[in-house]
Ligand binder design. Sequence first.
Ligand code: ADP
Ligand code: ASP
Ligand code: MG
Length: 420
Amino acid sequence: MIQVYKFGGASVKDANGIKNIINIITKAKSKLVVVVSAMGKTTNAFESLLDAFFSENTEEVNKILQTIYDKHNHIITELFGEKDPFIYDFNQCFNTLRQRLEKRPSLNYDFEYDQIVSFGEIFSTKIVSAYANLIAVENTWVDVREVLKTDENYRDAGVNWNLTSEFMKAQFSFNTTSVYFTQGFIGSTINNISTTLGREGSDYTGAVIAHILNANALTIWKDVPGVLNADPRWYEKAVLLPEISYSEAIELSYYGAQVIHPKTLKPLQNKSIPLYVRSFIDSDKEGSVIQNSEVNTTNLPVFILKKNQIFITVSPKDFSFILEDNLSDIFHIFSEHKVKINLMQNSALNFSVCVNEGRTITALLEALSADFIVRYNTGVELLTIRSYNDEVIEELTFGKEIIDSQLSRKTARFVIKELN
Ligand code: ADP
Ligand code: ASP
Ligand code: MG
């Protein structure tokens, strides 16, 4: 029996977190591939580092770099003491990052992003694997970039399934170990240049490995009891969904339920591999299972709130309507700027979308403005309600201005803004 476990940033944010996940691993009664994310909010710190690097602000680069180093070093000292040879290994690895930042950046932001941000998962997995070995939980550390091969679409790389399958089957053979530690989120091109699979992509890595190894299950360990009917950070009354079908889970993650990365489910569904979402805090509890099932155990309304959205409306400057040729131009501009559309709506004269706020939006708006009149509303939220009823719509939109709404049989969606 083979299982794949995935631990996110929150589970390895400090020394106790690492001890806890190793405790969970020791209780597994099967061969394991363990996928680990960067520690805590390291990827966010790396994104700030990259911005400083790109604006050639050396002082800021050094400041952020030091913060990242201190955070890791603090955890290492707590786990290994001050004299363990691992500290030397880690410092060497950190110096590779320092040296990279001493050079000037190329003009390709996405490429530089992947080269730098990928260090986050390398650091975390090195620490976790070395600590597990130190306390006699024998394991093998694998640099996933040697086996997870992708195209060159930096920051949103697509998996080369044929090569990855061949390399992973050879690497994860379990001939000499029963536990492998490896990274989520990162991969590499056939030329061994680092790539990333998109933010929060470690869940997807877990699914790719589970699919290729025909694993019995993938378990994603979270700081929540499982998949709930809303994010408990904004909806206090959220309750656990013990069983969900693949297709419902795909819908939920597509609409933005942050708990599972949208690409995760397909590779599992294709081989009927169940996905367990469980709490690393209450690791004895069962959590949620996502698997083949005709009905969901519950028809409870499920709420998904995407914050920090912009609602953009474009209309043609000339006398044309919103027709296929215009739409094709518009989509092309979005795709070129790598801006994902979370909701869209059109009328004869207007085409509207809701997208995440972010660094490429200014350039996107500029590009759209060449041929279209562009209006936009910042600071809006996108609320999706699956299995809605009038009562929950009333409850969740109370005190909000509804800027746009869409209702289908199963799903209600609202672009909303706080009433001033
Ligand atoms: P990881 O560390 O594994 O990457 P994430 O932070 O990406 O974890 O996901 C876990 C978080 O997802 C939870 O802390 C919770 O606030 C949020 N979340 C959003 N929607 C849901 C939901 N429907 N059920 C459970 N958690 C949710
Ligand atoms: N560390 C990456 C991120 O924060 C990948 C992941 O955690 O899934 O986006
Ligand atoms: Mg995540």
